[in-house]
Ligand binder design. Structure first.
Ligand SMILES: Nc1ncnc2c1ncn2[C@@H]1O[C@H](COP(=O)(O)OP(=O)(O)OP(=O)(O)O)[C@@H](O)[C@H]1O
Ligand SMILES: [Mg+2]
Length: 297
C-alpha cells in the first residue's frame, strides 16, 4: 500500500474514514521520492487547425506516480482523463508544464509505455498469437522468440488454447485479454489503461479485474488506470486520484487501505470499509468542488 505521512483533514468534510488519506497531487509527490512519472503544472490544449480555436482539456495538473504503483484515475466525463493518458503515452505534447519519466521528459511514444484503450484494437486478419506478438515483431524479435513470449502472456491472461483463433471468434472479454497480453508481452515498464474493461459484461469484468490485479503484482508494473467505476478503482488501485471537472486537474488522491495481494470481490464486498470508501469517492466525483459533501462516516 502507498506510504503516506501526516493524515490530512479533508477540505470538503469532516474526519476521513478508516485508512483514507487525502492530498493534492503535488503534496503526494513530495512524499514520494521514488516517483517514476512526475507531472508538473501540466496544461493541455486542443487547437483546431482550421479555425485556430483552442480548447483547454487539462490545466495546472500535478501528479507523481511511484515505480510499482497502481494508480487509478476517476473523474467526470470530459474532465481530461484520456487527454492526460495520451500525453503520458507521448501522443500529445504539453501546452505548458512537464511530464518526466525516470528523469527524462516524455517527447513521444515509447515501447516502455504500453497503452490499452477501451477498444480492443486487434487486427482482424491475424490470429490471437500473431496479434499478441505484433509489438515484438515490430521491434524485430525473431519468430520463435516472439511466439514464446506471446504464448507466455496469453497463458497469464488465461487464453491457452485460443492462440490460433481470429478476433471475430472471441468474446469481448477474451479480446480485451488479448489486448492486455499484447501490451504485457512488450515488457513495458508502465501500463497506461483507458477504461479497458468498460465494454465487457459485469461478470467478465470482475474476472479481468482479478487477473489484472494478480498480473500487475507479479510483474511489478507501474499502472495508470482510468475508469468511471469507483468500485473498480478501489478494487485495483494502491491510490485513487480524483480529477475535477474540465479543464481537469487532480482534485484529491486517496490511499486504498486494503492489501492488494488479498483483494477479491467477495472479500471486499464483505468489508464495510469498502462501502464507506465507495460512498466517499462517489461524492467526490459527483459533487462540484465548491459544494460541501455529505458525511458518510
Ligand atoms: N481531439 C480533440 N479535439 C478537441 N477537443 C477534444 C479532443 N479530444 C477531447 N477533447 C475535449 O477535451 C476535453 C477532455 O476530453 P477527454 O476525452 O480527455 O475526457 P475524459 O475525461 O476522458 O472523458 P470520458 O470520461 O467521457 O472519456 C473534453 O471537453 C473534450 O471535448
Ligand atoms: Mg476518456
Amino acid at each position: 500500500m502507498a506510504e503516506t505521512s501526516a493524515l490530512k483533514q479533508s477540505p470538503h468534510r469532516g474526519p476521513l474514514a478508516r485508512g483514507e488519506r487525502e492530498s493534492s497531487g503535488r503534496e503526494a509527490g513530495e512524499r514520494r521520492r521514488d516517483a517514476k512519472i512526475v507531472i508538473d503544472d501540466l496544461t493541455l490544449d486542443y487547437v483546431n487547425q482550421e479555425t485556430g480555436a483552442s480548447h483547454r482539456a487539462v490545466e495546472h495538473l500535478d501528479l507523481r506516480v511511484a515505480g510499482d504503483e497502481f494508480l487509478c484515475v476517476l473523474g467526470p466525463s470530459g474532465c481530461g482523463k484520456s487527454t492526460l493518458l495520451s500525453a503520458i503515452a507521448g501522443f500529445l505534447r504539453p501546452t505548458h508544464g512537464t511530464i518526466v519519466m525516470d528523469g527524462r521528459p516524455i517527447t513521444g511514444p515509447g515501447a516502455e509505455r504500453g497503452v490499452v484503450f477501451q477498444e480492443y484494437a486487434l487486427l482482424p486478419w491475424m490470429t490471437v498469437l500473431d496479434n499478441a506478438a505484433l509489438g515484438l515483431k515490430l521491434r524485430g524479435m525473431p519468430k520463435k522468440e516472439r511466439y514464446a513470449q506471446a504464448r507466455r502472456f496469453l497463458a497469464i491472461a488465461n487464453l491457452h488454447g485460443a492462440e490460433h483463433k481470429y478476433p471475430h471468434e472471441l468474446s469481448g472479454g477474451m479480446k480485451q485479454r488479448v489486448a492486455v497480453a499484447r501490451t504485457l508481452a512488450n515488457a513495458p515498464e508502465v501500463m497506461l489503461m483507458d477504461e479497458p474493461f468498460a465494454a465487457v459484461d459485469a461478470q467478465t469484468r470482475m474476472v479481468l479485474q482479478e487477473e489484472l490485479c494478480r498480473i500487475s503484482l507479479r510483474s511489478r508494473l507501474t499502472v495508470l488506470f482510468i475508469t468511471h467505476s469507483v468500485e473498480e478503482a478501489i478494487f485495483l488501485g494502491d491510490r485513487v486520484a480524483v480529477m475535477s471537472p474540465g479543464p481537469g486537474r487532480i482534485r484529491t488522491i486517496v490511499d486504498v487501505p486494503f492489501a492488494r495481494d488479498a483483494r477479491t470481490w467477495s472479500a471486499l464486498n464483505a468489508d464495510p470499509a469498502f462501502n464507506a470508501m465507495r460512498d466517499r469517492l462517489l461524492d467526490l466525483v459527483r459533487t462540484p468542488q465548491s459544494q460541501p459533501l455529505e458525511a458518510h462516516a
